[in-house]
Structure formats: structure tokens, C-alpha cells
Design a protein around this ligand. Structure first.
Ligand code: FMN
Length: 378
């Protein structure tokens, strides 16, 4: 379904969409991408350029996973949003996105057991729904392996404190100027460690039945909605993914239960990762589809995972999603919406620089369409 390069009307991804009170000029969303360049968990000035490069007028951007507390981290130099210093550091980044007409959501995150004492206050054990340890995992660059130590199972009476961390992080995100937050309920991190029956082995009201396993994530949603308003809240879910040994025996049932429960809160959007993405980015043939969840959810539905231009256009044209989030292609193509509009060639991404701490290399040095065509692939 190649469309003439000049006719934007006939390119489904490049059509306007109204999300809550916000007007988008196209459907190409920047997926949340951890880049590990926020030294000591504080966003840095180089992120101003990185995000503003990826901003288009009326485009939606989702910031990289951002820790809600000092127990939330599991990787080097990922940003946080629990201290005043972090909130202040986000402000110029958010301002730069707004100055170019972008809409910016912050992905708020707790890794749970995907951590080790090097990232924890006082070298304590990471927290989780369980005390089951996690095997070493490959990062989504397919290069680095991450080591973990056994987690400590949260006591029932500790759970409200973690819910409160998410509430405060959402408040801080609004204080920093973000248009809203995306609760990170995907990829084997803390919320999924509660949702999925392959991990959650609790016997209290947060374990066992589907309703019990989804209780904690839904308490987080409710607290965040009450704090900043449902029209500023999205959530990311990956029921079919198996990242970080986080597997459910009935992912479709889990996905449907969650979207139906989310409807009661009237949140702005649900962002779901395609079943074909099992391990963060690895793509496999898969008969499952997000369509049942898309149909059941009342708000805006964002699909992500393994999309290219044609597949994204088809998803919009066939009403399988309202918006499509792009990860690796947007990382390597700061002007991705423009390239899709023109059906222009794309830069290739370099997985070796996904997670290095260099403030420029593999971060802000991917060329724009009108620049020298270094590394441009057809
Ligand atoms: C370098 C890198 C960092 C990522 N960081 C995050 C993250 O912080 N939060 C998240 O939900 N997903 C993260 N992901 C997953 C992406 O958002 C996206 O779902 C995945 O790359 C599949 O989409 P794609 O095929 O368009 O790249 C990351 C992926 C990559 C490659």
C-alpha cells in the first residue's frame, strides 16, 4: 500500500488524532527508550537536544523509563523523578519538547527484582512480589548481560508505600511540566511481577487469582488518577512478553482483565506491546493479536513492537490501533514522522550504542534527512 510521497491524506500514520484534550498532527509516537545517559539518576542537559530532535509539532513522545524511588533502579544512569533535583533537571527537557509543539509523557517505573544491591540504597536486596531469583538476562541490545540477586518479597503492609511512590512520581512529573505519565506495567518490571502467575507466588490478597494479582497495578493506577486526573494517565502493558522471566499462563485473559478494569478509571490511553515481541525487542512469529484488547478498551490504544512504515499504516487503516509507537527506528531517525510522510530511506540503528554513556555518540548524532547521508540505508 505504497502511497504517493506527496499526499499526506493517504498515509494513515500521517493523519491527525485527538487524544483527550490534546490534538496530535500524526500517529507516530516515540516509544519509551532507556538510554542510560542520566548520570547518577539525574537527567542531563544533553537530553534536551536528544528529545527536541525527536519532537515534531503535534507529535507524542514518551520519555524513557524513569524511577519512582531510590529502590526503583536496576541499570546504570537511568533517570529518576523522586527528588527535587531530578524534577528541576527534567524541566528544560520538557520545555524544549513543548517549544517545538510536542506532547510529552513521562514513563514512571519500578524495576522490582530486575536489580541488584549495587543499585539499591544501603546495598539492600531488591523488592518484588516474590523472593524467587531471576536468572541473568540479555539486554535488548543483544550484547550486555545483567546480573541479579534474590529479591525480598514485599510484606502486605509495605505495598501502600510503593503505591504512594508512584503517586508522588506522577505529581512530580506534572510539576516538571510533563503533559502526563505512562505507568510502566510491562517487560517484567515490578507491576508485571505482581500481574503474572509465573512470578507472583503470594498467598495474601495480592496473589493467587487474576483479580488479586492485578490489585497492586490497579491500586497504582487509581492513586495516580486521583493525583493528576485520568486524562493525564496512560499505562504500558505487555501481557504476551516473557522479558525477565515474567510469563503468564493465560496472557490474553490477563490483557482483557486489565483493559476492562482500566475502563473503570477512564484513563487516557493503553499502550500495548505486540505478542510478536517476546523478549523486549526480539521478534517471533506469533498467532496472537492485540485486537481483542483494542476492542475492549474504551480509550486511545497505542500499539508497539516491530512496526515499520507499512505495518504501522495498515494497523491504523484497519483500526487495530489509534497510534503506533516506534522504538529502534525513532532512536535512529530523529525525524521519523517526516521520513514516513515522504517515504524516505531510514538510518540504521546501532545496537552497540543503545546503552553507552556518551552524551553524543549513538544519541544525538543520527543524521536528519536533509543532512549528510552518513549511514543512510535504503
Ligand atoms: C534501547 C532500548 C531501550 C528501551 N527502553 C524501554 C523503556 O525504557 N521502557 C519501555 O517500556 N520499553 C523500552 N524498550 C522497548 C521499546 O519501547 C519498544 O517496545 C521495543 O523497542 C520494540 O519496538 P520497536 O520494534 O519499534 O523497536 C526499549 C527498547 C530499546 C531498543
Amino acid at each position: 500500500m505504497a502511497a504517493p510521497a506527496t499526499s499526506h491524506q493517504s498515509i494513515p500514520l500521517i493523519t491527525p488524532y485527538r487524544i483527550g484534550k490534546l490534538d496530535l498532527s500524526h500517529r507516530v509516537v516515540l516509544a519509551p527508550l532507556t538510554r542510560q545517559r542520566s548520570y547518577k539518576n539525574v537527567p542531563q542537559p544533553h537530553a534536551v537536544l536528544y528529545y527536541s530532535q525527536r519532537t515534531s509539532n503535534g507529535g507524542l513522545l514518551i520519555a524513557e523509563a524513569t524511577g519512582v524511588s531510590d529502590t526503583a533502579q536496576g541499570y546504570p544512569d537511568t533517570p529518576g523523578i523522586w527528588t527535587k533535583e531530578q524534577v528541576e533537571a527534567w524541566k528544560p527537557i520538557v520545555d524544549a519538547v513543548h517549544a517545538k509543539g510536542g506532547i510529552f509523557f513521562c514513563q514512571i517505573w519500578h524495576v522490582g527484582r530486575v536489580s541488584n544491591p549495587a543499585y539499591q540504597p544501603n546495598g539492600q536486596a531488591p523488592i518484588s512480589s516474590t523472593d524467587k531469583p531471576l536468572k541473568p538476562q540479555m539486554r535488548s541490545n543483544g550484547i550486555d548481560t545483567v546480573q541479579f540477586t534474590p529479591p525480598r518479597r514485599l510484606r502486605t503492609d509495605e505495598i501502600p508505600q510503593i503505591v504512594n511512590n508512584f503517586r508522588l512520581a506522577a505529581r512530580n512529573a506534572i510539576e516538571a511540566g510533563f503533559d502526563g505519565v505512562e505507568i510502566h506495567g510491562a517487560h517484567g518490571y515490578l507491576l508485571e511481577q505482581f500481574m503474572k502467575d509465573g512470578v507472583n507466588d503470594r498467598t495474601d490478597e495480592y496473589g493467587g487469582s487474576l483479580e488479586n494479582r492485578c490489585r497492586f497495578p490497579l491500586e497504582v493506577v487509581e492513586a495516580v488518577v486521583n493525583e493528576i486526573g485520568a486524562d493525564r494517565v496512560g499505562i504500558r502493558l505487555s501481557p504476551f512478553a516473557e522479558y525477565a522471566d515474567s510469563i503468564d499462563s493465560n496472557p490474553k485473559q490477563l490483557g482483557l482483565y486489565m483493559v476492562n478494569a482500566l475502563n473503570k478509571y477512564g484513563i487516557l490511553y493503553c499502550h500495548m506491546v505486540e505478542p510478536r515481541i517476546k523478549n523486549g525487542v526480539e521478534q517471533v512469529e506469533c498467532p496472537n493479536s492485540l485486537v481483542p484488547m483494542r476492542k475492549a478498551f474504551n480509550g486511545t490504544f497505542i500499539a508497539a513492537g516491530g512496526y515499520d512504515r507499512e505495518d504501522g499504516n495498515n494497523a491504523i487503516a484497519e483500526n487495530r490501533a489509534d497510534l503506533v509507537a516506534y522504538g529502534r527506528l525513532f532512536l535512529a531517525n530523529p525525524d521519523l514522522p517526516k521520513r514516513f510522510a515522504l517515504n524516505a530511506p531510514l538510518n540504521k540503528y546501532n545496537r552497540e550504542t543503545f546503552y553507552i554513556s556518551d552524551p553524543v555518540l549513538g544519541y544525538t548524532d543520527y543524521p536528519f534527512l536533509d543532512e549528510e547521508p552518513n549511514g543512510v540505508a535504503s
